[in-house]
Design a protein around this ligand. Structure first.
Ligand code: XMP
Length: 522
């Protein structure tokens, strides 16, 4: 016993808890590569670790990874893929507000168990109107139930007739009539609607849509076979999709603290837009700026909190305890931490301001615990080991650069010298600010015509294949880290982490060295 006490005391002297380590380094700002985590006794196999994380009461993720609200990272396609893999995508705001609304709709309508409010058409519409709506809302489907004004089912408009050649025909002429449409009544769904729908599709080969009606034949919902198949196959997956209470994929969207022509916060516009996002089922709004500890961001968060008492609000960015407390007091639930760590950021170079990320996370995490809010480690993640270190202090990480080369990120693929690349640019780069993100850096879009100092660069990332592949590498790394620390879940990871500083020689030793590398691990 004495021996093991001595051994533990020796370890504790070198490998210190966050509470001892970070205050012991006060006066020095540290980032991921400045420290390493110590191994601990473990009975945990990496594959058995749990990665679910609660960001706010109504926002739980199954993996602690969020894709950044940047115009070269997250639109609907990325947000769908992130949620399907258990994470969250934050749709950027460098686009017309109307488009952001439809991007959110695309995510929220993507896969459902029972689609409770299916998009319907009326019999006197023209097929051309239906086509225009599909285009406008960017629907990924083209079969619609047809209902009368009371919501009674009249038939089904099949995707096979929603074609430009039939544009001038009325829906009433082209629909599959009611008596040929398969339906189930709500009562027949029983306690396990997914199983009932699964059985229906088994029993009716070739039928891909099942409508649900009430006793008066009013439409109550819709099942699609592909949704049911996906849901049944998900049960086997370790990291299930992140869904809301209605079984829709989760989706976040960013907004800025927009100002009107008089330089005042544009309250009406922000409230109307966020109201539209909430109507579409938004799970979290992110008030996303480079400097979150400001009156404009505080006022925006307060206004949104008053208007939407239950909506999870993400706000930032900050790097101080006072910044966290300020945003939490304003009503934010989730605080973005990071000023200048991003791979495309030049804030620290241009403005001389910002804090290396691990120290910022420690300071902010302690303030967040006091205020009972959560934090997101935003920027500077280049490898899975960085995520493990970040998760010892934060509830999740936000990634830009490591996801920007994935197929689901927006943007064209370019070929340069036989290699394939995708564009990745800072939201504070001149090009992105001209496209709309100027408010994030305290400028107006008009300012960008004059000379303002960019705080980000335009860059390229090598094409990286599907998001699922990149996430599998990152998740594998997080699980390995947790196995080394004997942490079965993320809360244990936060409690058990022990830190020590490394020198430049230690950083060199950590990577592959003194070999001719022929194949990387990924
Ligand atoms: P990574 O390292 O994942 O960082 O590529 C993404 C994060 O960087 C922030 N961001 C910026 N910061 N100038 C900055 O100082 C910029 O132009 C810029 N653009 C993005 C943002 O927090 C993002 O999530």
């Amino acid at each position: 016993m004495a021996n093991s006490n001595a051994a533990n005391a020796l370890d504790a002297e070198f490998y210190q808890s966050a509470e001892r380590f970070f205050p012991g380094q006060s006066g020095t700002a540290l980032t991921y590569d400045d420290v390493t985590l110590a191994t601990l006794y473990s009975e945990i196999l990496p594959r058995d670790t749990q990665l679910d994380t609660t960001l706010a009461e109504s926002l739980q993720l199954n993996i602690p990874i969020v894709s950044s609200d940047m115009d070269t990272v997250t639109e609907a396609r990325m947000a769908i893929a992130m949620a399907l893999n258990g994470g969250l995508g934050l749709i950027h705001y460098n686009m017309p507000e109307k488009q952001q609304l439809s991007e959110v709709s695309r995510v929220k309508n993507h896969v459902h168990g029972l689609i409770q409010e299916p998009i319907k058409v009326s019999p006197d519409q023209f097929i051309g109107d239906v086509l225009a709506r599909i285009e406008e809302k960017r629907f990924a489907f083209s079969t619609f139930p047809v209902v009368d004004e009371q919501g009674k089912l009249l038939g089904l408009l099949s995707g096979s007739v929603v074609k430009p050649r039939y544009a001038k025909r009325k829906v009433a002429e082209a629909l599959t009539p009611r008596d040929q449409v398969f339906t189930l009544t709500e009562k027949k769904l029983g306690k396990n609607p997914i199983a009932a729908a699964d059985k229906f599709f088994n029993d009716h080969p070739g039928i891909h849509k099942l409508l649900v009606v009430d006793d008066d034949d009013r439409l109550r919902g819709l099942f699609t076979m592909s949704d049911i198949e996906r849901i049944t196959s998900e049960r086997a997956a370790q990291f299930k999709p992140a869904r809301d209470a209605h079984f829709r994929l989760v989706c976040g969207a960013a907004v800025s603290a927009t100002r009107n022509a008089f330089g005042e916060l544009d309250r009406d516009r922000i409230l109307a837009h966020v109201g539209g996002l909430v109507e579409r089922g938004l799970d979290a709004v992110a008030v996303s700026t480079a400097h979150g500890h400001t009156k404009g961001v505080g006022d925006t968060v307060k206004m949104l909190r008053d208007a939407f008492p239950k909506l999870p609000i993400i706000a930032g960015n900050v790097t101080s305890a006072a910044g966290v407390a300020f945003l939490a007091d304003a009503g934010a639930n989730i605080i973005k931490v990071g000023q200048g760590p991003g791979s495309i950021c030049t804030t620290r170079v241009v403005a001389g301001v910002g804090i290396p990320q691990l120290t910022a996370l420690y300071v902010c995490s302690r303030a967040a615990a006091e205020k009972k809010v959560t934090i997101l480690a935003d920027g500077g993640i280049t490898k899975s080991g960085d995520i493990v270190k970040a998760l010892t202090l934060a509830q999740a990480v936000i990634c830009g650069g490591v996801l920007a080369g994935c197929a689901e990120a927006p943007g064209e693929i370019l070929e340069i010298g036989g290699k394939l690349f995708k564009q990745y640019r800072g939201m504070g780069s001149l090009a992105a600010m001209k496209a709309g993100s100027a408010a994030r850096y305290g400028h107006t879009t008009a300012d960008t015509i004059r000379k303002v100092a960019a705080e980000g660069v335009e860059a390229l990332k090598e094409v990286a294949g599907p998001l699922e592949r990149t996430l599998a590498q990152l998740i594998g790394g997080i699980q390995s880290g947790m196995g080394y620390l004997g942490a079965a879940n993320l809360s244990e990871l936060r409690q058990r982490a022990r830190y020590i500083r490394v020198t430049a020689a230690g950083v060199k030793e950590a990577g592959a060295h003194d070999v001719v590398e022929v194949k990387t691990g990924s």
